[in-house]
Design a protein around this ligand. Structure first.
Ligand code: SF4
Length: 335
């Protein structure tokens, strides 16, 4: 069924060409800002999308204008049929990429290359093994660090995502930037955001402005280059003179970038989230399993999208626990 108005265009005129698919609710790490202390209530197995359903839903989005698909989790690489999922999705005319904690990514170099996945985002919140253990509750720092070096050596485009938390890793901002001196990677500092169970409050967040204070205190002004951000970019990009890599800040809290948002999210149990912060979801999987078209459900969800942060358009609203906790935990959204 073809409708006049593109089903992926919202009422604010934004076209959604980027679909993030969470493949699994499980992870081999336990990051404190992502996985609630008490864990998460996992969906029953038969409520999770099969690889065929992931392909069918993804193809519907691609047929309607999606040009970029990022696979997330939990940790997508621990899903047993990930090679089949990559093989199926790589037949679609999209840029396929993945976000991983890189603990086991060394085992997937060939399958990622075979399926044209060359953009890898790696989550790493500290360059200190003890702090890594503290935040992830696992002893995997060395593997992750070495796998980042391996990915670069193997020619992947690597971005390192670090969620900054005051008093925990904000004193590593310059170390992370210096990590880009000899490595052609992009380190992205993410403002800590509120999700169910992550005990967020504004005082724990390190803002875009605070990151730049560290940068301006450590590098000469003339050596700090502000790079051109790509359209729909979530990050503000910079480069230090003579460094091979770059760094960036993702400021969803203090400087949201919703005007150019082109992202939709599909959860592992087949729910469409029209925004990272949306408190409502649309059930594509049940509709699909009933043999009905999912396009009207997608269109309705896209047209219901708020202009800013799922309706939390002010910092005051974002700080409202009953508003920001009315969402999933990060592990079942996939960032
Ligand atoms: S907060 Fe929601 S609307 Fe804003 S950029 Fe993120 S996903 Fe898009």
């Amino acid at each position: 069924m073809k409708t006049e108005k593109p089903i992926l265009q919202d009422l604010h005129g934004r076209d959604h060409a980027y679909l993030r698919i969470s493949l699994i609710e499980r992870c081999n790490l336990r990051c404190t800002y992502c996985m609630p202390e008490e864990g998460v209530k996992l969906s029953p197995k038969n409520h999770l999308m099969t690889y065929k359903e992931i392909y069918t839903i993804a193809k519907t989005f691609v047929d309607n204008g999606v040009t970029k698909i990022r696979l997330t989790g939990g940790e997508p690489l621990i899903r047993k049929d990930i090679p089949t999922i990559l093989e199926k999705l790589s037949t679609l005319p999209v840029e396929l990429s993945i976000t991983s904690n890189a603990v086991i990514i060394d085992k997937f170099i060939d399958v990622l290359k075979a399926n044209h996945v060359n953009k890898i985002n790696v989550s790493l919140d500290s360059l200190d093994a003890a702090k890594f253990k503290h935040i992830t509750r696992r002893h995997e720092f060395k593997k992750v660090y070495n796998n980042i070096l391996l990915l670069v050596k193997e020619g992947f485009t690597v971005k390192v995502n670090a969620v900054l938390m005051k008093g925990f890793n904000d004193n590593e901002i310059i170390d992370f930037i210096n990590f880009t001196k000899d490595l052609p990677i992009s380190v992205r500092f993410i403002e800590f955001m509120p999700f169910d169970g992550n005990k967020w409050d504004m005082s724990k967040m390190v803002s875009y402005a605070e990151v730049m204070e560290y940068v301006n205190a450590s590098f000469l002004k003339e050596n700090i280059e502000r790079l051109q951000d790509a359209p729909n970019d979530t990050s503000k990009n910079y480069k230090i003179e003579g460094y091979k890599g770059s760094f960036a800040i993702i400021s969803s809290v203090t400087n949201p970038f919703c005007d150019s948002c082109n992202r939709l999210r599909l959860t592992a149990n087949g729910q469409l989230k029209n925004c990272l912060f949306s408190s409502t979801e649309s059930d594509l999987l049940t509709t699909l399993r009933k043999g009905k078209s999912i396009e009207p459900v997608i269109q309705k969800a896209v047209q219901a999208k708020f202009k800013v942060r799922g309706g939390m358009d002010t910092l005051k609203k974002l700080q409202e626990p009953k508003l920001h906790n009315n969402n999933r935990s990060m592990i079942t959204i996939g960032g």
